[in-house]
Design a protein around this ligand. Structure first.
Ligand SMILES: Cc1cc2nc3c(=O)[nH]c(=O)nc-3n(C[C@H](O)[C@H](O)[C@H](O)COP(=O)(O)OP(=O)(O)OC[C@H]3O[C@@H](n4cnc5c(N)ncnc54)[C@H](O)[C@@H]3O)c2cc1C
Length: 386
């Protein structure tokens, strides 16, 4: 029941939050405490990728393609590559997301190839209008691709700590395992210190009811990295039996039971949101299956990585995807590919150099993340249907 799992913003810290934080912290440590020694029986990896959203998947695949032995850790293996909302394709050739997807394809990125798979998204239709990507099929396709890729191991684990040790990185999980790699890619999406704001309530957590990544956020700060707040909003969904399809009411991919109310953003609790929706033409008997919700989370502040997405003060630590400030799934995938490629190069003892200047959109994206000055406003808040 939502009432027992949430609390009103500003109220006293509820028991649940304390319990979740305890659970996340797992083995509570002071930031300066050393991590447990790595398990000698576990293999050492060239690259460990934390996260398996579009950024983590592309990072793992790119690093694996480059010859690195990769471990990809994620909170829930059922949610690999799964978006909180069906992301949109729209705007045709002029849309930077298209240009990004085209460049990604030329860089051997997997997302454009998966999108072309029948039933996931029709990019030709999207050029003429708005198409919601079938997020479940995309997730399954990503999962299968990563699971069958050479040199990549997948594990379900919540990472709670990182530590640079003699030119390598130790990674601790909530269950107390410790893995070692030459390089790390942080691709934790909207999870760092995540809080779900829904219908006037706030509860710690991430997109799919996932546990928030609190200890890792604290650990990144203890490594001297500056984090800042960002928001991502998911619009309400309506029962398709009581709402007509339209430019702003699109089916969730092949799942026809619910419609995304793409531009409907009304404040208030569930009842207030529904009452506002019902004042709209043809929606007087609409039924809301899910209210609007926003995930407030932390991302890395700009200007702390090179254009190769490596942290300036921590060699071997790369950041990608939403955690680096990406504002949509194509950007997240592109940053993942760049970070994973460079992490593989660095782990082989060479200077990261994977950034091709003829890929203008990708290059610009990396420059934005690396720059202290340029700050695209879209990063602050997920624009409607981004
Ligand atoms: C409510 C909401 C609505 C959104 N709507 C859209 C939209 O319509 N269109 C769009 O393009 N984008 C949307 N986004 C943004 C979307 O999340 C990004 O575009 C994209 O998913 C970011 O990809 P990512 O790989 O960086 O992160 P994510 O897809 O969020 O993946 C993060 C991964 O990191 C893992 N992880 C996190 N912390 C840890 C840890 N400590 N240990 C191990 N694993 C960890 C998670 O389990 C997950 O696998 C939305 C986001 C939210 C929250």
């Amino acid at each position: 029941m939502p009432g027992s799992e949430s609390f009103t913003a500003g109220s006293e810290k509820p028991r649940l939050e304390t319990e979740i934080q305890k659970a996340d912290a797992g083995r509570t440590r002071e930031p300066d405490d050393p991590l447990p020694a790595p398990d000698e029986s576990l293999p050492e990896y060239d690259v460990i990728v934390i996260g398996a959203g579009p950024a983590g998947c592309e990072a793992s695949l790119a690093a694996g393609r480059a010859g690195a032995h990769v471990l990809c850790l994620t909170i829930n293996l059922d949610n690999i590559g799964l978006h909180p909302a069906g992301p949109l394709l729209a705007g045709g050739e002029k849309d930077p997301r298209y240009r990004l997807l085209r460049e990604l394809r030329e860089l051997n990125g997997v997302l454009p190839v998966l999108l072309d798979k029948e039933g996931i998204a029709n990019t030709a239709e999207a050029a003429a209008g708005r198409v919601v990507i079938d997020r479940r099929r995309l997730s399954l396709a990503y999962k299968e691709t990563v699971e069958t890729a050479a040199r990549i191991e997948l594990r379900q684990a919540l990472v709670t700590g990182l530590q640079p040790v003699s030119g390598a990185w130790h990674v601790e999980t909530r269950l107390g395992e410790c893995f070692t790699a030459g390089c790390l890619v942080i691709a934790t999406g909207t999870q760092l210190e995540g809080k779900v704001h829904e219908g006037g309530t706030v509860a710690p957590g991430g997109r799919h009811g996932e546990i928030p990544s609190n200890s890792l956020a604290a650990c990144l700060q203890s490594l001297g990295l500056a984090l800042e707040r960002a928001n991502a909003t998911c619009f309400p969904r309506l029962d398709s039996r009581a709402a007509p399809l339209g430019p702003s009411l699109l089916p969730d991919g092949s799942q026809l039971g619910e419609l995304y109310a793409l531009d409907l953003e009304f404040p208030g609790d569930r009842a207030a949101q529904l009452a506002s929706i019902r004042t709209l033409p043809e929606l007087d008997s609409a039924w809301m299956t899910r209210p609007l919700f926003t995930v407030r989370h932390w991302i890395l502040s700009h200007g702390q990585v090179s254009t190769h997405l490596q942290c300036l003060r921590h060699p071997g630590l790369f950041v990608a995807g939403r955690a680096a400030g990406a504002c949509n799934y194509s950007e997240a995938a592109a940053l993942g590919l760049i970070a994973g490629s460079n992490a593989a190069i660095q782990s082989a003892g060479k200077a990261p150099n994977f950034l091709t200047t003829n890929k203008k959109v990708v290059t610009k994206l990396c420059e934005i993340v690396a720059s202290q000055e340029i700050r695209p406003v879209t990063i602050r808040r997920e624009p409607p249907g981004c």
